[in-house]
Design a protein around this ligand. Structure first.
Ligand code: DMJ
Length: 556
């Protein structure tokens, strides 16, 4: 039936009027209801109102937990070899290993008592401690960092206690600005390792939740991430001190291992794509003398200051090139090539022998070699040894180079009053492997020298590495153990050192783990099945020969 246009429009108008009236009535009714409820509320006591709010809060928290615990898509976990054991046959070695376990328990128990939930511990003041890398909220960094060490040592009650804290308290929806690098290596690395060792889903879920919060850091004109990101707003920025607003090589270059595992476990290629983009960008850039400068501007994609080091600011970038290859079951040839090229340039320009015959790694600053080596650079002894097999026909050479670096770093310990190494040491005329400036004489429970001893021990079984590791253990026990845990010392050349009153989370994650492994059999976490991230969190080798992480569902 045809309807005339005038009839049509007047009917529409009537319908609109009726609809408006219905809406007005609904708003009026809602208002009246809200007023009635408010009046009712006002009749209630403060306690009643508080209780109601608490009930609402609990409901929201419960809903969140149910949501959080939703399992991720199933993925086959690589076959895990050697996650326990390693019991030494020799009684003396067994006793030493027990002692190290006791030190771990002491560090953990004191943190449990005085710093629980805080990021780190002040073992003398006996209270929590934190720094800007963890942002402004209490994220239990020590718990997350220590979990896999507890597991490996068989401290299962402590492990479960940590797990419970994580289940109930670890929350990344906080208005807090964190270091992308630090939370990646300590939190994502720690959670992934705990997941692989224990197969408890919660660790995987938390790792993925945190990774999602880090992704906005990659929203830069080049895709090179900011150093810091606010977990709530996703706003990123760089450290104020970094050359010309640059991001740091060792920070944006130390994400690969964890991000590849995240893509593997979730089936989501986003993480893999982010780190591969960084790699591709670096490959395209010119490198002065074949060296990678430590600073790169994420807005322009240009290098900042020409400063290259194998210690702080550069270190773990090289480590992750090698480990990307190892972790891919030696199939990521591109990573291996980049590693080989990089260390050839490093050897040519940065590695020298002192007059006294000690091999050291200096730092390249604007065309000049600074003959100073940081404690952080001592990890490279282990890296050279680990990369020896698979190098361009120079396996013997790199194993030897690793051993020389281990010897130099041992000398830096041996030439102090405490037998603990300084933060950095010089090679200048008569000065060899000794810190000169007061500000470089501290030891903050760092792991790198012990890490190198352990790798060299695994590859050579030369008893000197266990001997050197034991010397360091005794020195830590004597000078760093205090009434509420373990503390760093301010001057390793003073026989009565002052303490810095910080028990670093990496002491539990790395230093004690490497010591424990040094006095364990090689069947505990064998190196052809496990690759340790730069915070000593073991991740399994992924046999990805027939799969791809860049979006192919075959990865599941
Ligand atoms: C750790 O957090 C990691 O080893 C990192 O790669 C460098 N520094 C500390 C320990 O010294």
């Amino acid at each position: 039936m045809n309807v005339l246009p005038t009839e049509n429009s007047s009917r529409e108008k009537r319908e609109i009027r009726e609809e408006e009236e219905r809406l007005r009535n609904k708003i009026r009714a809602d208002h009246e209801k809200a007023l009635e409820e408010a009046k009712e509320k006002l009749k209630k006591s403060r306690e009643e109102i508080r209780a109601e709010i608490q009930t609402e809060k609990n409901k929201v928290a419960q809903d969140m937990k149910t949501k959080e615990k939703k399992p991720l898509p199933p993925v086959s976990i690589p076959k895990l070899i050697g996650i326990s054991g390693g019991d030494p046959e020799d009684t003396d070695i067994r006793k030493k290993r027990e002692k190290i376990k006791e030190m771990m328990k002491y560090a953990w128990d004191n943190y449990r008592l005085y710093g629980w939930g805080h990021n780190e511990l002040r073992p003398i003041a006996k209270k929590g401690h934190s720094t800007n890398i963890f942002g402004s909220s209490q994220m239990g960094a020590t718990i997350v960092d220590a979990l896999d060490t507890l597991y490996i040592m068989g401290l299962h009650d402590e492990f479960r206690d940590g797990q419970k804290w994580i289940e109930d308290n670890l929350d990344f929806s906080v208005n807090s600005e964190v270091s992308v690098f630090e939370v990646n290596i300590r939190f994502i690395g720690g959670l992934l390792a705990a997941y692989y060792l224990s197969e408890e889903e919660i660790f995987k879920i938390k790792a993925v939740q945190l990774a999602e919060k880090l992704l906005p850091a990659f929203n830069t004109p080049t895709g090179i991430p900011w150093a810091m990101v606010n977990l709530k707003s996703g706003v990123g920025r760089n450290w104020g001190w970094a050359s010309a607003g640059s991001s740091i090589l060792a920070e944006f270059g130390t994400l690969h291992m964890e991000f590849v595992h995240l893509s593997y476990l979730t089936g989501d290629p986003v993480y893999y794509k982010k780190v591969m983009h960084i790699r591709k960008l670096l490959q395209k850039m010119d490198r002065p003398n074949g060296l990678y400068p430590n600073y790169l501007n994420p807005r322009t994609g240009r290098w900042g200051q020409y400063h290259t080091s194998v210690g702080g600011l550069g270190d773990s970038f090289y480590e992750y090139l090698l480990k990307a290859w190892l972790m891919s079951d030696k199939t990521d040839h591109e990573a291996r090539r980049m590693y080989d090229d990089a260390i050839e340039a490093i050897e040519k320009h940065l590695i020298k022998k002192s007059r006294g015959g000690l091999t050291f790694i200096g730092e390249w600053k604007n065309g000049h070699l600074e003959k100073k080596m940081g404690h952080l650079a001592c990890f490279a002894g282990g890296m050279f040894a680990l990369g020896a097999d698979g190098s361009r026909d120079k396996a013997g050479h790199y194993l030897e180079l690793g051993a020389e670096i281990a010897r130099t770093c041992h000398e830096s310990y041996d030439r102090t009053a405490l037998k603990l190494g300084p933060e950095s040491f010089k090679f200048d005329g008569a000065v060899e492997a000794v810190a000169v400036r007061q500000a470089e004489k501290y030891y903050i429970l760092r792991p790198e020298v012990i890490e190198t001893y352990w790798y060299l021990w695994r590859f050579t079984h030369d008893p000197r590495y266990r001997q050197w590791g034991w010397e360091a253990t005794l020195a830590i026990e004597k000078y760093c153990r205090v009434s509420g845990g373990f503390s760093g010392v301010k001057d390793v050349y003073s026989s009565t050192p002052a303490h810095d009153d910080v028990q670093q989370s990496f002491f539990l994650a790395e230093t004690l783990k490497y010591l424990y492994l040094l006095f364990s059999g090689d069947d505990l976490l064998p190196l052809d099945h496990w690759v340790f991230n730069t915070e000593a969190h073991p991740l399994p080798v992924l046999h990805l020969a027939n799969t791809t992480l860049s979006g192919n569902p075959a990865v599941r």
